[in-house]
Write a protein that binds this ligand. Structure first.
Ligand code: PLP
Length: 431
């Protein structure tokens, strides 16, 4: 595989950007080698600067549920941008995307568009604090909510201790407002709400945690979190930046049949352009400025080009059978690779839900908490990733990230991927 051009571009990029990238995981640090620079994407495929072709399962980390450059998205983006790219004033397209979402999502009455998932989570937390008049927040180890100060926090030592920041530049005073709990642990949640009674504004959770492996939770645990929040008047925030419009149009909330108080969206909602959103029932959303006292604003919020892309993409997602087809394809991929791994007795598993999958280099049947992931075994992801690259299959360059199947993946793509993954497993386990 020739990647000379990517390597040259990366050398140049290192002189411009910290680590040569504009978002850390892109640097390929956890798989080694230099990042691939992409030149083009169409449907399920991407091409790099050296003209290598790959079947893509990163899908821009989730947004591209229709694959790359879907004709209906491209068309409206071109038409819309030709009419002016931004007004900083209301446009009809914001109403249209809001209507599309609200009329098909039973838990949402009002929404506010922002420009990223981070901004959505940050604003949702502020809203929860403003709504409850409380400061403390609970988050879970292994969940990611963007690079928000008070959420870049890891557990302190001891079970119900206050957090410590997991990034330089975040005052410990902020981290102390965040309580970090293990997932799937009712007792830890009980202890935290008891210890900080009437001080907790919000429990933030990825209902389908998909940023540190795929830590599928039992519905029972999520229902318990809902019960506790209701009883203690705590806002329940479902961060559905990945799961929203992915495991179904109504995301994890409908998948589990649990109504959160506030939802955060990103990724798929913008059709591949930068959009995020937070949403809730009117009674809570009315606390946001200018109607209420919680300030939040954005120069490019509700950007018409991005709205148009979101409308086009979500309209396709609403097609009958859309999510069923995606899940069938994903199950076909996962089952075939798993059956092969089992026939060879490889210590390997793939977890999946809907069209999200995660390869785990351990035979464990369930992994619900980040500390259940064996980090030594996960080192096997690097040669697995390398072998797949060489066979023309692109996964995100980290073993802790999930893969995504899009509507553009064909049976032929999936069959080729099954063959390639089987070979990659042989390389990893038999050298
Ligand atoms: C990606 C992600 C975010 C952050 O979104 P950005 O658009 O990268 O800022 C927040 N929460 C979850 C669950 C995510 O997966």
């Amino acid at each position: 595989m020739n990647t000379t051009r990517s390597a040259e571009l990366f050398e140049k990029a290192k002189t411009y950007f910290p680590g040569g990238v504009n978002s850390p995981v892109r640097a390929f640090r956890s798989v080694g080698g230099t990042p691939i620079f992409f030149a083009k994407g169409l449907g399920s495929k991407v091409w790099d600067e050296d003209c290598n072709e790959y079947i893509d399962y990163c899908c821009s980390w989730g947004p591209l549920i229709l694959g790359h450059a879907h004709p209906s998205v491209v068309k409206v983006v071109q038409e819309t941008v030709a009419l002016g790219s931004s007004f900083g004033a209301p446009t009809r397209l914001e109403n249209e995307l809001a209507d599309l979402i609200i009329s098909h999502h039973k838990y949402i009455e009002k929404i506010r568009f922002v420009s990223s998932g981070t901004e959505a989570a940050m604003s949702a937390i502020r809203l929860a604090r403003g709504y409850t008049g409380r400061d403390k927040i609970i988050k879970f180890e292994g969940c990611y909510h963007g690079h928000v100060d008070s959420l870049l926090v890891k557990a302190g030592s001891g079970l119900v201790t206050l957090g410590t920041s997991s990034s330089a530049g975040i005052p410990e005073a902020y981290a102390k407002e965040t309580i970090v709990l293990p997932l799937n642990d009712k007792a830890a949640l009980d202890a935290a709400v008891k210890e900080y009674k009437d001080q907790i504004a919000v429990v933030a959770i990825e209902p389908i945690p998909a940023n540190n492996g795929l830590l599928l939770q039992e519905g029972e645990f999520l229902r318990y979190v809902r019960e506790v929040c209701t009883r203690e008047n705590i806002v329940l925030l479902f961060d559905e930046v990945i799961s929203g419009f992915r495991v179904g149009f109504e995301g994890a909330s409908a998948y589990y049949g649990i109504q959160p108080d506030v939802l955060a969206f990103g990724k798929i909602i913008g059709g591949g352009l930068p959009v995020g959103a937070y949403a809730s029932r009117s009674e809570i959303m009315n606390h946001v400025a200018p109607e209420g006292p919680v300030y939040q604003a954005g120069t490019l919020s509700g950007n018409p080009v991005a709205m148009a892309a979101g409308i086009a993409q979500l309209t396709e997602c609403l097609r009958p059978g859309f999510y069923e087809e995606l899940k069938e394809k994903t199950d076909y991929l996962v089952n075939n690779v798993l059956n092969y791994a089992r026939s060879k007795n490889y210590a390997f598993n793939i977890f999946s839900v809907g069209s999200i999958f995660w390869v785990s280099f351990s035979a464990q049947k369930s992994i619900r908490r980040s500390d259940e992931i064996d980090s030594d075994e996960m080192k096997k992801f690097a040669p697995f990733h390398r072998s797949l690259l060489e066979q023309g299959i692109y996964l995100g360059p980290s073993g802790y990230e999930v893969g995504f199947v899009s509507a553009a993946h064909t049976t032929e793509d999936i069959d080729r991927t099954i063959q390639a993954m089987q070979h990659a497993l042989d390389v990893v386990f038999e050298g």
